[in-house]
Design a protein around this ligand. Structure first.
Ligand code: ZN
Ligand code: ZN
Length: 305
């Protein structure tokens, strides 16, 4: 399994000629999950060769414009391209009304069906659960209702140790239970521990998107030990008071979350345009946590197991 995250936009507030507001695509073995959809997202999708038809799930963090103003345009383009497949959109309450109102006023009837999943939870909540993947919504601490999203691969079955299976003369019909972790009882009544018959499966991969949010210590537990964390860092340390007031984080606070949650890697994003030199975010975060990278439009972050 591999996760590949492509950043389409990572600036805060307004788009500029060199920076797009929040949007990114998580590719899990050719399943594409669009996370936030700021203005210009469909242009970015085209520029980075991501086929619209591959996107069946969209996750919107909150209803500030820099996170969803690109959505109605994208949904409209799906229709113009004669999309037939349903789409699932996860968001706080209010998005359905915002989208439907625009379609009503513009007399737009879609060629496909939208499932709006409007969230309301104060604890992490499973919102997608299929054979390979679990997605949880994570409540964040912002000025309006906001959710982060945690994508967790499901742990695969244990791998059979063929030599050991032959040694204990295990029948093929028992392989299924052994793959699921059960111990094995031989004909002579000897109980063989599962760990003697199997190898551990590859580690399940995980990625969390946390934007926008003020410093939130609950995340230490909620994103504990994940491989990859995208955490907003709108400001540097010089604006820590403003960060608190506006429900945002500094680079150091993002790094403190990564450190306390013991994540594999931290990606910083949602940069305020007031800072022309983005490497300052990296410098400050590295004082707290040592595996940090900056998001940048078009940049890809990959994790494998
Ligand atoms: Zn924002
Ligand atoms: Zn916001």
């Amino acid at each position: 399994m591999s996760f590949s995250l492509k950043i389409l936009g990572c600036s805060s507030a307004t788009p500029t000629t060199w920076a797009f507001p929040s949007a990114q695509v998580l590719n899990m073995e050719e399943r594409f999950f669009l996370i936030d959809c700021g203005e210009g997202t469909q242009v970015q999708l085209r520029k980075h060769n991501i086929r619209f038809s591959k996107i069946n799930h969209i996750f919107i963090s909150h209803l500030h414009g820099d996170h969803f103003f690109g959505l109605v345009g994208l949904l409209s383009s799906f229709h113009l391209l004669d999309r037939k497949k349903d789409i699932h959109i996860y968001s706080p309450k209010g998005l359905k009304e915002a989208i439907i109102t625009q379609f009503r006023i513009t007399n737009t009837y879609l060629s496909y069906y939208i499932h709006f999943h409007e969230l309301s939870t104060s604890e992490p909540q499973v919102i997608v659960d299929d054979k390979k993947l679990v997605v949880k919504a994570i409540p964040l601490k912002h000025r309006i209702e906001t959710y982060g999203y945690l994508f967790q691969e499901k742990l695969k079955e244990r791998k059979l140790n063929v030599e050991q299976l032959e040694k204990y003369k295990v029948e093929i019909c028992d392989y299924r239970n052994i793959k699921l972790g059960k111990d094995y009882l031989t004909d002579s009544g000897q109980l063989i521990d599962n760990s003697d018959l199997t190898f551990d499966p590859p580690k399940a991969l995980s990625y969390a998107y946390c934007s926008d949010t003020a410093f939130e210590p609950k995340l230490f537990e909620w994103v504990k030990h994940i491989d990859l964390l995208y955490h907003e860092s709108t400001f540097l340390d010089d604006k820590i008071t403003l960060a608190k007031k506006t429900g945002h984080s500094t680079a150091k606070q993002a790094a403190a979350v990564a450190k306390n949650a013991k994540v594999g890697k931290l990606i910083l994003g949602h940069f305020s345009a007031r800072y022309k030199n983005r490497t300052l975010f990296l410098d400050e975060a590295l004082e707290v946590f040592d595996n940090v990278e900056l998001s940048e439009e078009g940049r890809v972050f990959s994790i494998k197991n």
